[in-house]
Ligand binder design. Structure first.
Ligand SMILES: C[S@@+](CC[C@H](N)C(=O)[O-])C[C@H]1O[C@@H](n2cnc3c(N)ncnc32)[C@H](O)[C@@H]1O
Ligand SMILES: Nc1nc2[nH]cc(C(=O)O)c2c(=O)[nH]1
Ligand code: SF4
Ligand SMILES: [Mg+2]
Length: 242
């Protein structure tokens, strides 16, 4: 049996971001990332700070843990990380969830392809803008979107770009121009990961949201798009496991 490095299993909560924002869901957060974004809100998945909390679980153990944690109060699981696309055999988790009538979502940055992407119900690809310090490999991203289109999975796919500044906005325009047929989301960047007062953070993030709305409204290249905050950050601040 293959084992998967897992850092957190939590929920039910709501999907706070992107294409199915508000959807009641459980989360499985895998450990390890091929990126190291300067503003990563889940850096504990790759920076070594939580390495003693990583559990190596089989898909059966993950399903059991999900049911122990969520009971009968869920029918949707979001796999995030870190980058879950580093894991070759995640179909071993997707198949038994589908057999139970549970939908499966994925959060990934679009740096790696896996065949099991075609089995994901809600697939979010989140290429990283300049503020992250990461560089997009456009050949890989093109290849992923061509494969998804070839498998007729574009209805299940979205692109989500996090925005911190005007340079990021130009990057987002470029991404949207390159993949005009893929549902496109712009997300408010959280630049205050140290704030532990949820109300203080929410007030700041709402100002950032207003700024982002103003920018998108003014852009002729960002028309067929959606602009969203991280709803979980507005409600619970920087708390982990929500
Ligand atoms: C923690 S990542 C894990 C999945 C995958 N590595 C990725 O980046 O898509 C999940 C989502 O959170 C977003 N994110 C990470 N840090 C953020 C921040 N400080 N503010 C807003 N969104 C952030 C990422 O861009 C990504 O869309
Ligand atoms: N509620 C909630 N929604 C989320 N959407 C994406 C998340 C992530 O960290 O990938 C996340 C998360 O950590 N919590
Ligand atoms: S790709 Fe995702 S998990 Fe990896 S460092 Fe960037 S935001 Fe964090
Ligand atoms: Mg998060």
């Amino acid at each position: 049996m293959n084992k998967f490095p897992v850092l957190e299993i939590f929920g039910p909560t709501i999907q706070g971001e992107g294409m199915v924002v508000g959807r009641k869901t459980m989360f499985v957060r895998t450990a390890g990332c091929d990126y190291s974004c300067s503003w990563c809100d889940s850096a504990f998945t790759w920076d070594g700070s939580a390495k003693h909390d990583i559990e190596r679980l089989t898909s059966e153990e993950i399903v059991t843990r999900l049911i122990d944690t969520g009971g009968e109060q869920f029918d949707h699981v979001t796999i995030s990380g870190g980058n879950p696309a580093l894991l070759k055999n995640l179909h071993e988790l997707i198949v038994p969830l589908h057999e139970r009538g549970i939908e499966v979502a994925l959060e990934t940055q679009g740096s790696r392809w896996q065949e099991w992407f075609t089995q994901i119900d809600d697939l979010t690809i989140s290429p990283k803008p300049p503020s992250s310090g990461m560089k997009t490999d456009w050949n890989i991203l093109d290849d992923i979107l061509i494969r998804l289109e070839g498998a007729d999975r574009l209805q299940n796919t979205s692109i989500k770009v996090v925005i911190f500044n005007k340079e990021d906005l130009s990057y987002a325009e470029k991404v949207h121009e390159r993949y005009p047929n893929v549902p496109f989301f712009l997300q408010v960047g959280n630049d205050d990961l140290e704030e532990n007062e949820a109300g203080t953070l929410a007030s700041h993030l709402l100002d950032q949201y207003e700024w982002l709305i103003d920018q998108v409204v003014a852009s002729s290249k960002l028309n067929k798009v959606r602009v969203l905050p991280q709803v979980h950050a507005l409600v619970w601040g920087n708390k982990r496991g929500v």
